[in-house]
Each structure stands twice: as C-alpha cells, then as structure tokens.
Design a binder for this molecule. Structure first.
Ligand SMILES: N=c1c2ncn([C@@H]3O[C@H](COP(=O)(O)OP(=O)(O)OP(=O)(O)O)[C@@H](O)[C@H]3O)c2ncn1[C@@H]1O[C@H](COP(=O)(O)O)[C@@H](O)[C@H]1O
Length: 112
C-alpha cells in the first residue's frame, strides 16, 4: 500500500506542473471528463486483458486502472485513506450477505 500512498503524493505534486512535461498535469488541464473517460477506457482494456490477455497484459492494464483512478480521486480531493477506510469497513462482510440485506431493506422501504 505504500506504493499507492507514494503515487498519491506524486499525483498531487504533478498536478501543478507543466502539461508539456507531465501527464498528470495534462489530464488536469483537460479536465475531469477526460480523466473519467481515460479511467473508463483503461477499465475496458483491463476487462479485455482479463478475459483474453496474458498475465503481463492484465498486470499492465490493472496498473493503468489504478493510476487513472488515483488521478480522478485527487481531482475530487478524495484521499486514498478514505477509500482504504471504506475497504476496512467492509472487511469480513460477505458480498452475498451485504447484497441480501440491501435487498431486504429495499423491499421494506417499497412496502412503506
Ligand atoms: N503510473 C503512472 C502512469 N501509468 C500510466 N501512465 C500514462 O497513462 C497514459 C495513458 O495511456 P494510454 O495507453 O491510453 O496512452 P495514450 O494513447 O498516449 O493516451 P491518450 O492519448 O488516449 O490520452 C500513458 O501516457 C501512460 O504513460 C502513467 N503516467 C504516470 N504515472 C505515474 O505518475 C507520475 C507522474 O507522471 P507525470 O505527471 O507524467 O510526470 C509518474 O512518475 C508515475 O509514477
């Protein structure tokens, strides 16, 4: 996780650099929709690599997804720690159990 914390720091620093020499600054200059689109593109590439690419390709695409997600989080001024805290909160809660409890809450509120 130290790697992601270092990357977060670098992204925050690079946002204010020259877009001619910094990809992070270029994304900032182009705006949040470009950041979001890049994240979407990288996610699709990761899906394709996950289904039919090599391990090496999937690792590369996964790194691209994480990087572009971190750029978008930085733009929204959301700290990596907030995302990690959410993952910590979910620790030990089965996805199946969580979904079932959400569905039963929805049924209760629809019945009201
Ligand atoms: N981890 C990354 C990282 N991962 C991917 N990328 C860049 O993300 C871009 C997107 O990839 P694509 O394959 O879509 O490339 P592309 O076709 O040129 O992109 P588009 O023209 O479609 O936008 C590429 O230019 C990659 O180099 C990254 N750029 C930067 N970092 C980190 O961010 C730091 C700061 O980077 P700069 O701001 O460029 O100094 C670096 O030191 C790294 O630690």
């Amino acid at each position: 996780m130290e790697t992601l914390a270092r990357l977060e720091k670098v992204i925050l620093e690079r946002r204010n650099c020259d877009p001619e020499t910094s990809y992070v600054a270029l994304l900032k200059r182009d705006g949040r929709p470009r950041m979001a689109r890049k994240l979407g593109e990288e996610a699709v590439e990761a899906v394709v690599a996950g289904l039919s690419g090599s391990d090496e390709e999937l690792v590369g695409e996964a790194a691209d997804v994480l990087f572009h997600l971190m750029v978008l989080l930085a733009d929204r001024e959301i700290a990596l720690d907030d995302v990690l805290a959410e993952l910590d909160r979910r620790e030990g809660i089965s996805g199946i159990e969580e979904k079932a409890s959400r569905e039963s809450q929805e049924e209760t509120s629809n019945a009201d």
